[in-house]
Write a protein that binds this ligand. Structure first.
Ligand SMILES: Cc1cc2nc3c(=O)[nH]c(=O)nc-3n(C[C@H](O)[C@H](O)[C@H](O)COP(=O)(O)O)c2cc1C
Length: 376
């Protein structure tokens, strides 16, 4: 290995006692490939297995914690005990290759396609439809306080199942406009009870989910089990989450004894659109705010080993790669073996079976121009 890349290969000890062999994480990526009954499919397991032998940790695609949170066709479930064997299959496939396995737990809220949820009824913090990212634009039903408390427990139940299935941790999906973010967002949360009204009250659902999940871990885990949290720093809508709101969120998250914060952006060097007077990247601003309180994972268009080095030199503890690991499952091994110049950074049109990519994921990629770099 070229010694300049050593910072990427430093082990890291997380608060829970989990140790990662290196600083590169597989980013969570939905693959639309699970079975209709909510179990993981053979193709999906093979896809993860192919990508788990180099990175320190794999964060799985998101999994719904309850039936009315299913956000994608071909999404696997963690909402029932009979799905524990399916979850165990996935955890084992990842761990057998040497990476730590982290389950991303999720509720899609108003972003769920109505045809995937019971009675076609989508739910959210308030009855405000999403402006983008959905096909339906259906007006969601505002959850009652009792239903909210039930969903909080569902996050805990999925965590218990992850523990029983042998995962090394869970990541709370508080990003990309889904239910946890919908509660924090002034766009989707217009409530006037204990779950909305002020910034502090908009934080109460995310905090309650964290507290419940940590309680379940304390009661059930017999070995170290991590809890991470993913969030998106800003929303384009008005009203919507600003960078100033995000810094308030980060302050609270940093006090919750989490294993890491994972910032969801598609470009590591993206800068704030509003809310702060600062020309640095969102990740640098967040890292400075967090300091040593909790490790931060940076992500977004880190295609080469030099991109990764530059990113880690900002002070973030870890970096995640997503599309890059679909395009080249040997990304990390190539760097380790001094072959970083051989990393493939564009998807080859005829590479689906060589790269072990399930059909629905491959179709999603090729049918959305500009999403992935594709070789001419
Ligand atoms: C196919 C695909 C599916 C994704 N699904 C998820 C998901 O389930 N959960 C999540 O938090 N982010 C998801 N993301 C976002 C990625 O985790 C990541 O933040 C984004 O792709 C930018 O990183 P990259 O440039 O390394 O791909 C997805 C991205 C892609 C490309």
């Amino acid at each position: 290995m070229n010694p300049k890349y050593t910072p990427l290969f430093q082990p890291i000890n997380l608060r829970s006692g989990i140790q990662l062999d290196n600083r590169v994480v597989m980013a969570p990526m939905t693959n639309w490939s699970s079975n209709p009954d909510g179990t993981v499919s053979d193709e999906e397991v093979a896809y993860y297995s192919r990508r788990s032998n180099g990175v320190g940790m794999v964060v799985t695609a998101c999994t719904y914690v309850t039936a009315n949170g299913k956000g994608f066709h071909g999404e696997f479930g963690s909402d029932r005990d009979d799905l524990i064997p399916s979850l165990r299959r996935l955890a084992s496939a990842i761990k057998e290759q040497g990476a730590k396995a982290v389950l991303q737990i999720f509720h899609g809220g108003r972003m769920c396609p109505p045809e995937l949820v019971p009675n076609g009824e989508i739910v959210s913090a308030s009855a405000v439809p999403a402006e983008q990212g959905t096909v339906s634009h259906q007006v969601p039903r505002a959850l009652s306080a009792t239903e909210i408390q039930s969903i909080i427990r569902d996050f805990g139940e999925s965590t218990r199942r992850a523990i029983e299935a042998g995962f090394d941790g869970v990541e709370l999906h508080g990003a990309n406009g889904y239910l946890i973010q919908q509660f924090f967002s002034p766009h989707s949360n217009r409530r006037e009870d204990q779950y909305g009204g002020s910034l502090e009250k908009r934080l109460s659902f995310p905090i309650a989910v964290i507290d419940e999940v940590k309680k379940v871990v304390a009661e059930n885990a017999k070995q170290p089990f991590l809890v991470g949290y993913r969030f998106s720093p800003e929303e384009p809508e008005t009203p919507g989450i600003t960078m100033a709101d995000t810094l308030a969120l980060v302050d609270v998250l940093a006090s919750k004894e989490l294993d890491y914060l994972h910032v969801s952006v598609t470009e590591f060097w993206s800068t704030p659109r509003r809310g702060v007077e600062d020309s640095r990247s969102r990740l640098e601003i967040i890292q400075e705010r967090v300091g040593d309180l909790v490790p931060v994972i940076g992500v977004g268009s880190i295609y080469t080993a030099d991109d990764a080095l530059k990113a880690i030199e900002t002070g973030v503890s870890m970096i995640a790669i997503g599309r890059e690991l679909i395009i080249d499952p040997d990304w990390i091994e190539k760097v380790r073996q001094g072959k970083e110049s051989e990393i493939e950074t564009k998807l080859k049109n005829d590479a689906q079976s060589r790269l072990v990519v399930p059909d629905p994921l491959w179709q999603a990629i090729v049918n959305r121009p500009g999403w992935f770099p594709i070789e001419d």
